[in-house]
Write a protein that binds this ligand. Sequence first.
Ligand SMILES: Cc1cc2nc3c(=O)[nH]c(=O)nc-3n(C[C@H](O)[C@H](O)[C@H](O)COP(=O)(O)OP(=O)(O)OC[C@H]3O[C@@H](n4cnc5c(N)ncnc54)[C@H](O)[C@@H]3O)c2cc1C
Length: 486
Amino acid sequence: MAHSLIIGAGIGGLTTAALLLQAGHRVTVLEAHVYPGGCAGTFFHKGFRFDAGATLAGGFAPGGPHARLADLLELTWPVSPVDPAWVVHLPDGRTLTQWADPAHWRAERQAVFPQAESFWRTQEKLAAIAWDVSSRPFPWPPQSVTDIPTLARAMRPQTALALPHLWRTIGQIAPLEDPLFRAFLDAQLLISAQTTSQDAHALYGSAALDLPRRGVNHVQGGMGALAETLVVWIRQHGGEVHFRQQVAQITVEKGRATAVTTRKGLHLAADHIIANVTPWALRHLLAEAAPPALAQETQNLPPTWGAFTLYLGLDERYLPPGIVTHHQVIVDHTRPLGEGNSVFISLSEPGDTSRAPEGMRAATLSTHTAVTPWQQLRQADSPAPYCERREEYMNRLLVAAERAIPGIRRAVRLSLPGTPVTFAFYTRRPLGMVGGFPQTSLFQARGPAAGIPHLWLVGDSIFPGQSTAGVTLGGMRVATAVLQSA
Ligand SMILES: Cc1cc2nc3c(=O)[nH]c(=O)nc-3n(C[C@H](O)[C@H](O)[C@H](O)COP(=O)(O)OP(=O)(O)OC[C@H]3O[C@@H](n4cnc5c(N)ncnc54)[C@H](O)[C@@H]3O)c2cc1C
C-alpha cells in the first residue's frame, strides 16, 4: 500500500489526504499547530471562538468544490446558506448589498451603478464559463502529458466564448470612469483575486466577482469546523492526523523525495509527500536539496499580501438589531485599498453560543497589508514601533467598522490584534504571506510541481489560488496527480 504523507492540515492538505485515503493509500498528516485549518482555522480565546482568517464560506452549492468533495467522500458539511452574502459600504455613505439571489442583485446593482449593466452581463457570461469548466477536473497549468486530454475533456463548445478574453484584465472590460465603481470592483477583487481591476485576469476575476451569487454559507462552530470535519473523516477511515508535529526537513535521496523529519525528531518515510505550504516554505524544508527552479522562483518573486486582523468579543446589546453578519467597508476611494482603507468585518451568527457566550458575538475584522514593514519593525531593537503600528491599525479597523456597524466601539469587551508576524507564527507561512499569488494571468499560474519526483505543493499558492473552495479544487487536482504518478 502506497504511503502518502501530507505536511500541514490546511483545507488543501486535508482535501488531498482524504481523497488519497479513499483511493487506498495509507495517509499520514503532520500539522505543526494544535488545531487544523490554518488560515481557515477557528481558535478559542476567553470564551470566544474566532475565525483566524477566512470567514466567507463559498463553494457548497451543487457543483461547487466543497459540494463535490462531500459527494465523493459521502460527508456532510455543517453549513447553511446566508443571504445577503455581505454589504459593501461605499466612501460616500451609500451601500451595495451583495445578494445571493440573482434578481435582488440585479435590482441592487442597477440602482447603485446603472452605467455598469453591460459589464455585469459580460462578467456573468465569463463567470458561467469559468465555473462550468471548474466543475470538471481541470489540471491547470498542465504539468504532465496526461493533463492535456483531461483539460480537453473539461472544455465545452461554449468555452470558446471566453477565448477573446484570455489576455484581458477586468480593467479592460469594465467601465472604470466612475471612481466609486472602480473602488467597488477593486475591493471585491482584492479579497478574491489578491489584486485589483487593473491587473485581475478577466476570466478569473469574473468568476471571483460571482462568489456571492454562488452562495455564501454560515459554518456552525466557525470556519475551522470545515477542517475539523475533514480530520474526523480521515481518522474514521483509518488515516492518521498528528498535531504539534512541525516538519523541519524533507529528505531527497537519489533525486526523489523519500521522507520527512519533524522538529521533535519524528522521521517518517513515504512514497509521496504533499506539502500544504508556500513555495518559500518548501524551499526552506528542502534546504540544499531545493531544485534551482524553486530557488530562483522564491528569490525573484515579490512577497505576496499579508493580513492585519482584529478579533473582537462584542456585547450584542450595543449592536444594531438584526445587523447583517458580513460587511466590507471602503474608507477612501482616492487612496490605495488595504492597510485599513478597505476592511472586511464578519460577526458570528446571533445566538450561536458555539462561537460566543450568551449575549455576545465574535467578530473578525481584516485588511490587506504589506508584510515587510511588520517584519522589519518586529526585528528592530525596540518593540515600541511595532506595538505603536499595531495600535494604529487596530484603530483604523475600528474607525472603518464604525461606518458599517454604528456602536461597535462601545460593544467591544475583548480585542486581540493579528499582524503578519502573528500569521507567520501560527500558520508557519514565511513572513506571514497569505492568500497566494495575485491572479493576473492564466499563463503564469503556478501548478503543484515541486521540481522533485514524488513531491507536490498544495494550497493557495497553486492554481486556482486562494479561498477554501480554491484550495479544495487544488487538492482534488493534486490527489489525481499523485494517483496517476503511482
Ligand atoms: C485574513 C484572511 C481572510 C480570508 N478570508 C477568506 C474568506 O472569507 N473565504 C475564503 O474562502 N478564504 C479566505 N481566505 C483565504 C483562505 O483562508 C486560504 O486561501 C486557505 O484557507 C488556505 O488554505 P491552504 O490549504 O493553503 O492552507 P493554510 O491555511 O496555509 O494551512 C496550512 C497548514 O499547514 C501547517 N503547516 C505549515 N508548515 C508546516 C510544517 N512545516 N509542518 C507541519 N505543518 C505545517 C500550518 O500550521 C497550517 O495549519 C482568507 C485568508 C486570510 C488570511
